[in-house]
Design a protein around this ligand. Structure first.
Ligand code: BGC
Length: 715
């Protein structure tokens, strides 16, 4: 008998349910010692998993209670939300996705895993893979943005980074793909609200990133809190047992979201914890995070014959198998034993700065306002986020020490030691106070260039951070308009650095500012990275992974829309359009300027007749007609013109990058395997239909800028 089977045979029901329970340690991030109650539970073997604990000493202290103090000595599984770094913070996921650099996504996950494992942790509740097309929803910041194909690439990179080559190695974390699935389209962008999406949208948009995570060997999956078309995901038998386990062969651990089993009572599918626990267990949820429903409800459920011991054993087996794969049985203290070297930590900061700089999206740059001209003697750096190190970390700051984050002010002072950098906040991110606006605006008079750092506070995106209006919060608009007006009067250029966990709907600002950088929340090295871009040390290369709407009323606006029978036509009243604004977003998916100026030409594909087994090779020439070296990103989209089921107007199939010196030309080579052009037919099974497929290549999803050709699919 294997170690695991022997243990299961020796366990009491209470001990089994302990392995299926995960409780917050009470440390949160740096808080008090674990609650006495949990300490006792660990010792008596009725608590097998913890979350929210930081520090190798504390982790080992708890581990010792389990391993040396409990009857069966089963080690604890201890996890934390390591979403974009642990102590060193990298850009928030949406920002990092903007770098369109899967290698970087993997590297930051690897670094985060090493840092967290050195702190004793063995699991992260990441990556978040919910496709989000609604910027009102605050959690879009944690994930891949609007596109499923991109979500798949993010899933692969993050799982590879967190889990490394083998979970057994002491510098890895078990990853947890969340939130399964379709959390993004919550009703009206309102957090925790119900979701109602079609079966087709579910399979075409929301499930593919999870399929990619499973194919990459993700250790765990977390169902979302939400109700999907009448069935809360925590009890969704068809998707958890059917799609995840049976169809995709996922044999890892399913861990509920925080108190999600208890919330089944509010959802109205369970009358009490016994029913809630029964439903979740039946659906295949192995670990109950924070509801204590399994420990309190399952004994009665077993007594009543609602749940069998075999079902409980299967869940326990999966949890113990994960602990075994993590090497915890062989050496429960393997993580957190070897402190990191100062060189590793310094190198991590370097990576954080590099990835942060490449995650910045230059949305506008009129009259080459950026980079700032060399030799400036005075710059005004104002706004509530100019000198706000703690805000730079953004939501899900994990164990990051906010005092160690670099503000824009500090970053610019580091970069330009000979420049006089004037500063005043002007306003707070959210307040009604306006008294300090005027003195801050007056700094424009004394400066040669003006940098306004405005946007959302870090906690305005992330969980429970839906917003109905997406303008600058508080009195910031008054401040920005006053500063823009003053600078204009004085003939000075204004650069806006916009901090946000989502696209902000500020058309008035884009209209008037000379340059705008989307700086999202870039993590520990934010200020240095922003200074790198402002001063021209780095050419901005980020591209927005989600469209920036012109108006909240346009939401959701995304490139993968299906065609209308009456496509917009300005001269035809009865076509699909608004009376008051254009249909397209202000900035489409993929938009982002650089310090180069690129033109694309000579798009060619081969072969032009393609069978299902072949690969389409796509080449396009790129020329840098600007005056600075820079990296360009090009996107490849397809559109199936006539099919048995309507196909999205554009489907992302790839992207490529090329760095070119001024005047240089190069070629970007992209490929699409023809099997990717399959889609779910009328019967919802994959079909490969002969016919014409349009191939588009360009710098964003802006249809007017895409080069186009086509291939013929043949049976
Ligand atoms: C969030 C999850 C997170 C969990 C544990 C929940 O509120 O929805 O994303 O992993 O808490 O912190």
């Amino acid at each position: 008998m294997s170690r695991i089977e022997k243990l299961i045979a020796a366990m009491t029901l209470a001990e089994k349910l302990g392995q299926l329970t995960m409780t917050a340690s009470g440390y949160a991030v740096t808080g008090p010692v674990i609650a006495g109650d949990s300490t006792e539970s660990i010792k008596d073997g009725t608590l097998g998993n913890l979350l929210n604990m930081v520090g190798a000493d504390h982790v080992h202290e708890m581990q010792r209670l389990a391993v040396e103090g409990s009857r069966l000595g089963i080690p604890l599984l201890i996890g934390l939300d390591i979403i974009h770094g642990h102590r060193t913070l990298f850009p928030v996921p949406l920002a990092e996705v903007a770098s369109f650099d899967p290698e970087a996504w993997a590297v930051t996950a690897r670094e985060a895993a090493m840092e967290a494992a050195a702190d004793g942790l063995a699991m992260t509740f990441a990556p978040m893979l919910d496709v989000s097309r609604d910027p009102r929803w605050g959690r879009g910041v944690e994930g891949p943005g609007e596109d499923p194909w991109l979500g798949m690439r993010l899933a692969e990179a993050k799982v590879r980074g967190f889990q490394g080559a083998s979970l057994n190695s002491p510098d890895t974390l078990a990853a947890c793909a969340k939130h399964f699935c379709a959390y993004g389209p919550v009703t009206a962008g309102r957090e925790y609200a119900a979701v109602d999406v079609s079966e087709r949208t579910l399979h075409e948009v929301h499930l593919p990133p999870f399929a990619a995570a499973i194919a990459s060997g993700v250790a765990a999956v977390m169902p979302s809190f939400t109700d999907l078309c009448g069935i809360p995901m925590t009890v969704h038998v068809r998707l958890l047992r059917g799609w995840l386990r049976e169809k995709h062969g996922f044999d890892g651990v399913i861990v509920s979201d925080y108190n999600a089993i208890g919330e089944l009572i509010n959802h109205g599918v369970a009358a009490d914890l016994v029913e809630a626990a029964t439903l979740a267990m039946k659906a295949g949820v192995d670990i109950d995070m924070m509801a204590d429903a399994y420990r309190r409800g399952l004994p009665t459920a077993v007594e009543r014959g609602l749940v069998t011991m075999a079902e409980i054993d299967a869940a326990v087996r999966r949890v113990l198998t994960l602990k075994e794969r993590l090497g915890l049985f062989d050496d429960p203290y393997r993580r957190g034993t070897t402190p990191e070297t100062p060189a590793a930590i310094t190198n991590r900061r370097r990576i954080a700065r590099d990835v942060a700089a490449r995650s910045i999206v230059m949305l506008k740059n009129d009259g080459e306002a950026l980079p700032l001209p060399a030799g400036l003697r005075t710059i005004a750096v104002t706004g509530p986020l100019a000198n706000a190190p703690a805000e730079m970390g953004g939501p899900w700051g994990a164990a990051g020490n906010t005092q160690e984050h670099v503000s824009v002010l500090a970053g610019l002072r580091n970069a330009l030691p000979n420049c006089d950098i004037l500063h005043a906040a002007g306003v707070a991110t959210e307040s009604t106070e306006t008294a300090e606006i005027q003195p801050a605006v007056e700094l424009c008079d004394r400066a040669e260039a003006v940098v306004l750092c405005v946007g959302e506070a870090a906690n305005m995106s992330g969980e429970a951070a839906s917003r109905a209006g997406l303008d600058l919060p508080g009195q910031q608009r008054i401040f920005v308009e006053a500063a823009l007006a003053r600078a204009k009067e004085l003939g000075k250029k204004v650069v806006v650095v916009l901090f946000c966990g989502r696209p902000l709907v500020v058309p008035w600002l884009f209209d008037k500012a000379d340059a705008v950088l989307a700086a999202w929340f870039l993590g520990s090295e934010a200020g240095n990275a922003i200074a790198d871009v402002l001063t021209g040390r780095v050419s901005p290369g980020g591209r927005t992974p989600i469209a920036w709407p012109r108006a909240v009323g346009q939401i959701p606006v995304f490139f993968g829309e299906r065609p209308s029978g009456r496509p917009a036509n300005p001269t035809d009243h009865f076509t699909s359009k608004y009376l008051d604004i254009p249909n397209d977003p202000l900035f489409p998916f993929g938009h982002g300027l650089t310090y180069g100026r690129f033109t694309l030409s000579n798009l060619r594909v081969s072969p032009d007749r393609v069978t299902e087994r072949e690969t389409i090779e796509v080449h396009v020439d790129v020329k840098n007609e600007g005056t600075r070296a820079a990296q360009e990103t090009v996107f490849l989209f397809t559109h199936d013109r006539v099919a048995s089921v309507t196909r999205p107007l554009l489907e992302l199939r790839g992207f490529g990058k090329i760095t070119l010196k001024p005047g240089d030309t190069g070629t970007v080579h992209l490929r699409v395997h023809a099997t990717e052009l399959r889609f779910l037919g009328v019967e919802m099974t994959p079909v490969f239909e002969p016919g014409e497929v349009e191939i588009f290549v360009g710098p964003s999803a802006d249809r007017t800028r895409l080069l186009k050709t086509s291939v013929q699919l043949v049976g």
